[in-house]
Design a protein around this ligand. Sequence first.
Ligand code: SF4
Length: 430
Amino acid sequence: MNAPRRVPPEAPARRGWCPSLARPMPTGDGLLARIHPPLGRLTPDRARAVAAGARRYGNGHIDVTARANLQVRGVTDATRCGLADALAAVGLGDVRADGGPQRLTLTTPLAGLEAGLVDVPALAHTIEAIGLAVPRLPPKTLVAVEAASPGIRLGSAEADIHLVASTEELTLHLAGDETWWQVPGADRSTVVAAALRLLAESGQRRMRDLRVDARADLGSLGLRPATPPVEASAPRPGLQLLSDARVALLVEAPFGRCTADALDILADAADALGPETFRLTPTRGFLLVAPDRQAADAARQILADAGFLTRDDDPRGAIAACPGAPACASGSTPTLTDAARLAEAFRPFAARGLRAHVSGCPKGCAHPAAADLTLVGRNGDYDVVLEGRPDALPAMRLPFEAALERVRSADSGASLAQIFSERPSGPPTS
Ligand code: SF4
């Protein structure tokens, strides 16, 4: 085992590129083209078109993003137009060419399936139309939309505007504010449009960066302070009985990635379950709707065999990982392979609710926020960050095998601080 070395962090890589089909982003494994399925919904045929496009025009690898979009990797300058044309032909093309957000809204996976709640997909559809009419809307603008139920499930941190709707009222939160606001019933569209215009005209990229005096413009719209909704946990992989006796099956793509072959298997499974479209989820997965428990169990087994996470105790669910090397030029470590090996060793810690992140570099694409344990690739080794963001000061630097061995051999009750203390652990490597 190798002795730790204290090392300073480096500045994270540049953020900000928002790829689309027309504007794919260069990465280590070629161009990355992002697909924005309308309202996060897919039909089996559209999913197969993505899989076919990934095989023909990319390298067969597909990402599922935390905003419930898909990314085809390994696209080239010679294939990018073919991919864009093929996906536009099935209704998955870009929707705007002015640099604005290709998909503005994010909804909970169960939106529209919950009995007695407001029609969230219809509301999201309206907001998408409002957003398309706002010029100069920053590309990363996000409006989270969910129904008022026992607790909100979409985190507020990433959304510029967070809407929680019931049949009677709409409450709204702007990133950077402490207050939630109640929107007068007749003025829902007016207020959402005003908030989007406010951001577009501010010149800022995110709502959280708006000055307090700029937000004051919304005061004339008759908003009243509202009680902040309680946060609830996001749905986990597994089965959920719906009020009409159907069963929702939520699965996750391991570390947010799947192959074209796995997406085809998912499309076939969705096809076999019936006519309901299936959904992408903000947990980097998919939600399918089965007519009954037996059908859901059968689909769950097929998807588990294809490598998807289908149970909430799968330790891979406690670990985030970016593509790393060789897929991304900024990475020097095989993050996905390392994350898969770390997952099994991390199982007792995952059972305690701890979360880990294996990041190819300090940019932290897969999870820019803090995790209990973050391994940050650097020159083939990993910086070890405890309870910090990927760009935080690391406690030490270790080769992956040494870090893995510390987790694997630790007492299941040990703290991560104990596991990654500066204790002597063998001859130094340098
Ligand atoms: S975090 Fe990972 S995917 Fe993002 S730039 Fe770094 S190596 Fe690449």
